[in-house]
Every structure is written in C-alpha cells, then in structure tokens.
Design a protein around this ligand. Structure first.
Ligand SMILES: [Zn+2]
Ligand SMILES: [Zn+2]
Length: 302
C-alpha cells in the first residue's frame, strides 16, 4: 500500500493530476479546502443569504448539502427537489433526498412535473419518440428549479454540478456551435429579479472525488443513474473526456479553466441581447415564448 504524500500514513486514494497519494484525513482536508477556496474565488456566498440547494438525491447534490451545512456559516439553507416522474429512478433518489434533509434538519421542497407540466417525464417520452428525453427533462427541470428557488425566497440556487459536468457542458456547446449558451452559463439574466442566480461550488471538484468523499463521509446515496442518460449527447462527450483524462491527467481542469478565462469576453459579446420574459408564463426567457411553454404546448398537442 502506498503512503500518504502528506503524513506517510496509509493512503486510500491516488490523485492522478497532482500525482499524490492521500490518506482519509488528508483527502477530506484537500476536498474541503478546495470547496472553501472556490466559494471565495468566485464570491459565491454571503453571510445571511438564503440558499436553495438543487437536491436530486444523487451523490453530487447530497455532498453539496453536507459541505454547505459543514461550513457553519450563518446561511439559511433550503433544499429543492424536482420529481420528473422517471420510474425505478426518481422514487429512490427522492427517498435519499428526504432522508438527508431530515438528517441535517434542512427544509425540503419537492416540485412535481405532473403538477407543473401536466404530465410526468415517462409519459412525455412515450408521446415523443423523435427527441431524446434529456432535452425535455433539462428544460423543465431548469425551469422548475428556478421557480422553486424563487418561490422559496432564495437569494441563490446552488447546484451540485462538478468539474466533469462543467467540462462536458463547455465541450458540448463548442461541438454544437452554441457559444452564446456558454456565455449564459454562469450569469444568465443576472439582473432579472425573476431569475435566481445559480452557483456551482463544485465546479472545480472532479466527480470521482465526490464519490470518494461520499464513501469516506458515509453519506449513503443510491448509486443509480437516470435510465435515459445513455441516450444523451452528453454521454458521448463524457466518455471522450474520461478517455482524455486517463491519458492526459488534468484535461478536465484545463477545459474548465480555459472557459473561465474567456468567459468575460463571451459575456461581453452575447449577453446583451435576448433578455426578457416569456409572453405566456412570464418567466425569464431568451425568446418570446420560453422553451418550457413551447415544449408543453407540443406535448399537449401530440
Ligand atoms: Zn495523510
Ligand atoms: Zn413560458
């Protein structure tokens, strides 16, 4: 067994991009330190704020909730879970979300697709074989998370998106030639009072390390993937990036850092246009009719 690069005790994990072996204590220390550093670096939180945590019940959002609680800052935390209605998947993660909130004493709000969109995702998918499920789900989930966070009176919406997710999003937008979406990634419609500012405190934390953190911290999560994931464009990009990371450790960090480096320039170019509200529902939208209303109309029509 290798010994910890810091204290020489038995290591439990190897970090390829820094070539370090770490014991349990020093891994958790590194993880927590990076979390706090990210919060400071991007000024993500202010004392006294009400923070809604988008809690799917997966490892990322559960670890995020734990990390935020552990900060011991005067924050007012509330968890928001979206129930899309995906059989054999959401019931289990919803249970996990409920249990974690109870354990940590956090207020928990659950919003159903059924109530808001008129039907559950499984039904939407059944009625529409042309589009991949994730395209609908992403639109509705983002819309409802924002609405849920706003109605809960939150100043910000914290998402569990990790380094891998962000690197994938950057590459996807480039591969689809949608640089304007990248410009809106961190600060979309930031001046609209209807839009709750999103923060991603794990944007510099690799997915693998969140999984290890959950195990070491005994955060019990269902290691269950959304059954629709395999259909998504994202799944391909994920596999490409994982391949690159294995051969060239640090690739994901470099992709995300490159994006952060050019983010200002992207925003200057794109975000001045397209701010507004949906004519139908009044929610923030880049178009006259928001994607949510457009999709809902389509489902009901078919
Ligand atoms: Zn150590
Ligand atoms: Zn709308």
């Amino acid at each position: 067994m290798d010994s910890c690069s810091v204290c020489k005790k038995e290591a439990v994990v190897f970090i390829p991009y820094s070539k370090k072996h770490l014991c349990e204590i020093h891994f958790i220390e590194m993880f927590d330190r990076r979390f706090r550093k990210t919060l400071r670096e991007f000024s993500l939180l202010k004392k006294g704020e009400r923070i809604a945590v988008g809690l799917s019940g997966g490892k990322d959002s559960c670890a995020l909730l734990h990390s935020l609680v552990q900060l011991n800052l005067p924050l007012d935390l509330v968890a928001v879970t979206i129930n899309e209605g995906i059989a054999n998947y959401r019931e289990k993660t919803l249970e996990t979300a409920k249990r974690e909130c109870k354990k940590l004493g956090i207020e928990h709000i659950v919003l159903d697709f059924k109530n808001e969109a008129g039907m559950m995702l499984d039904e939407i998918v059944k009625n529409d074989s042309e589009n991949i499920p994730c395209s609908h789900c992403g639109v509705i989930r983002r819309y409802l998370l924002n609405k849920g966070a706003r109605e809960a009176g939150a100043d910000k919406l914290a998402l569990g998106h990790n380094l891998d997710d962000v690197a994938q999003t950057v590459m996807m937008n480039i591969m689809r030639n949608e640089p304007s979406r990248l410009a809106r990634f961190n600060t979309p419609f930031v001046n609209d009072r209807k839009f709750v500012q999103r923060i991603r405190p794990f944007l510099k934390t690799p997915e693998r390390e969140i999984a290890i953190y959950c195990i070491l911290k005994e955060i019990e999560i269902e290691s269950i993937e959304c059954p629709y994931t395999r259909f998504a464009f994202r799944a391909h990009v994920r596999s490409i990036l994982n391949n690159m990371e294995e051969r060239f450790p640090g690739t994901k960090f470099r992709v995300v850092n490159s994006f952060l480096e050019i983010e200002d320039a992207l925003q200057a170019k794109y975000t001045k246009t397209g701010l507004g509200f949906c004519r139908q529902c009044g929610e923030p939208s880049a178009n006259e009719i928001c994607m949510f209303c457009k999709n809902i109309k389509m489902y009901k029509g078919c």
